[in-house]
Design a protein around this ligand. Structure first.
Ligand SMILES: NC(=O)C1=CN([C@@H]2O[C@H](COP(=O)(O)OP(=O)(O)OC[C@H]3O[C@@H](n4cnc5c(N)ncnc54)[C@H](OP(=O)(O)O)[C@@H]3O)[C@@H](O)[C@H]2O)C=CC1
Ligand SMILES: CC[C@](O)(C(C)=O)C(=O)O
Ligand SMILES: [Mg+2]
Ligand SMILES: [Mg+2]
Length: 337
């Protein structure tokens, strides 16, 4: 099965320039979408609750900020970029009452549609533009004349041109510079959750922490362990990003490559693969979504505990000290937000 990929020439920016867009939320993705839409000539308004700590940031950037209900009432296209767990309540309270035939409801991730937490009326377009990267990099790439690839999907095509509108939106945030891939809400949601849990965030963080623990518990210096297990990971992943795993293997020594080929499969073995399959099953069945919604409704007790434990891991103190000596790494992500 081959995917359809769309680039700048396939998208008509005029479709989104002719509509008013409400970006609801001004966090990692929200600020990136809003600023890039504006820089692409789109009429943008931000929706944030009164008292939101994001309000001053958006206002400092010269954006007009209203409540989510006011912004949704004014807009033709409503992009929801509030946290996934806040979206159901936000939709019921502020957005649903302000939908009308011909309007479009957009998402940056399919969670609430895929798991039936939001059920829009049949007479609005429902589409997704999901950048495959953190929001701060989405904005940084746009400013640098580049883009982060996006997934684009249509759940409901009331207007008959929901896909064209979503492609135009993707172009306005730089997505079609890198390539917009056509997908479905189900595929985006399930692969995104799997990727962040098993590989990109959960898997990578646990791999780094465990490697650091093994070295330091064996008596090696934490600073050396940090460089070996965390700092150098970026350099290795950069090579994979540029030319695949084969490119990385071309660049490392034969000794490293032999160790990689002979030992890697012992670390990520059949038990790990089986666990990954279980994690995917929990995502597909909705078990993970139910667990996460219940955790949020209970005030996030486990989330807070695990986050605190992660922050207290010895690799963090070691890294903070070392990064303080690396001026070239020191570009806080908050600079662009
Ligand atoms: N982070 C990322 O890079 C990616 C995120 N996504 C998706 O994008 C969406 C947004 O995620 P992300 O950017 O991480 O979110 P953040 O947590 O970074 O930001 C959330 C924003 O929404 C605001 N907010 C919170 N509650 C409400 C509410 N009830 N009504 C309106 N605004 C609210 C917050 O304001 P305050 O400052 O007051 O809390 C903040 O401005 C999610 O669907 C996520 O899955 C998709 C791809 C990557
Ligand atoms: C990898 C995490 C992510 O899916 C993302 C930046 O794409 C997220 O939800 O933040
Ligand atoms: Mg993602
Ligand atoms: Mg995600």
């Amino acid at each position: 099965m081959s995917v359809e990929v769309y680039y700048d020439d396939d998208a008509d920016l005029g479709l989104i320039q002719g509509r008013k867009v409400a970006v609801i939320g001004y966090g990692s993705q929200g600020h990136a979408h809003a600023l890039s839409l504006r820089d692409s000539g789109v009429d943008v308004v931000i929706g944030l609750p009164v008292g939101s700590k994001s309000r001053p940031k958006a206002e400092e950037q010269g954006l007009r900020v209203l409540t989510p209900a006011e912004a949704a009432a004014e807009a033709d296209v409503i992009m929801i970029l509030a946290p996934d767990t806040a979206q159901r309540g936000l939709y019921a309270e502020a957005i649903a009452p302000n939908l009308a035939p011909g309007k479009a409801l957009f998402f940056g991730h399919g969670f609430n549609i895929r798991y039936g937490l939001i059920k829009p009326p049949a007479d609005v377009d429902v589409a997704m533009v999901a950048p495959k990267g953190p929001g701060h990099l989405v904005r940084r790439q746009y400013v640098d004349g580049k883009g982060v690839p996006c997934l684009v999907a249509v759940e409901q095509d009331a207007s008959g041109n929901a896909f064209g509108l979503a492609l135009a939106y993707a172009k306005a945030i730089g997505g079609t510079r890198a390539g917009a891939i056509k997908t479905t809400f189900t595929e985006e949601t399930e692969t995104d959750l799997f990727g962040e849990q098993a590989v990109l965030c959960g898997g990578a963080a646990a791999l780094v922490q465990t490697g650091f623990e093994v070295l330091t518990e064996a008596g090696y210096a934490p600073e050396v362990a940090y460089f070996e297990c965390l700092h150098e990971l970026k350099l290795i992943v950069d090579l994979m990003y540029e030319g695949g795993i084969a490119r990385m293997r071309y660049s490392i020594s034969d000794t490293a490559e032999y160790g990689d080929l002979s030992r890697g499969p012992r670390v990520i073995d059949s038990r790990v693969k089986e666990e990954m399959r279980k994690i995917l099953g929990e995502i597909q069945s909705g078990e993970f979504a139910r667990e996460w919604v219940a955790e949020d409704e209970a005030g996030r007790p486990n989330f807070a505990k695990w986050r605190a434990e992660g922050a207290a891991h010895p690799i963090e103190a070691t890294g903070q000290k070392l990064r303080g000596m690396m001026s070239w790494v020191d570009r806080p992500i908050t600079e662009t937000a």
